[in-house]
Structures are given as structure tokens and as C-alpha cells.
Design a protein around this ligand. Sequence first.
Ligand code: SF4
Ligand code: SF4
Length: 71
Amino acid sequence: MKGKITIDKELCKGCGYCITACPKGLIAFNEEFNSMGYHYAIPVNSDECNGCGLCAVVCPDIAVEVWKAED
Ligand code: SF4
Ligand code: SF4
């Protein structure tokens, strides 16, 4: 199973919960700020995402969307 995530940078408040939650370390803070002045989260090394969904579950701002696809 492979997965893919997108993060809505304008919904992100930079709490970092998704970064902590990802067992593969596939999310990081961007150096740039969003319009609210937060460093927002971005996917990194996204080819390794398995679509487990933990990052979306822990996000308090519903900023993360996860898609799953068969290999
Ligand atoms: S779906 Fe799982 S593996 Fe993919 S980025 Fe989120 S927590 Fe990490
Ligand atoms: S958990 Fe949600 S609000 Fe917090 S850093 Fe991740 S995407 Fe942003």
C-alpha cells in the first residue's frame, strides 16, 4: 500500500503534532510562514508514505488529507 498526503498550509497552525506522529519522519516544518505567521508543515520524502493516516488523525486543524493507493 502506498499513500500520499497533502497539507493545507493556510489551515496549519504549526503545532508539529503530525511531525511527531509520522512513524517514518515524512513531515517537516517549512522555513516559510503562512499568512497567519506560522511555520507550516510540509511532506518530505513522500515516496515512502504508506498512507497510515496517523498524521491526519492527530491534526487538530484538519489540515492533512491522506490518500491510499494499491501498489
Ligand atoms: S500517512 Fe502515515 S506514513 Fe504517510 S506521512 Fe502520514 S503518518 Fe507518515
Ligand atoms: S498537526 Fe496539523 S496544524 Fe499541526 S503542524 Fe501538522 S498540519 Fe499543521
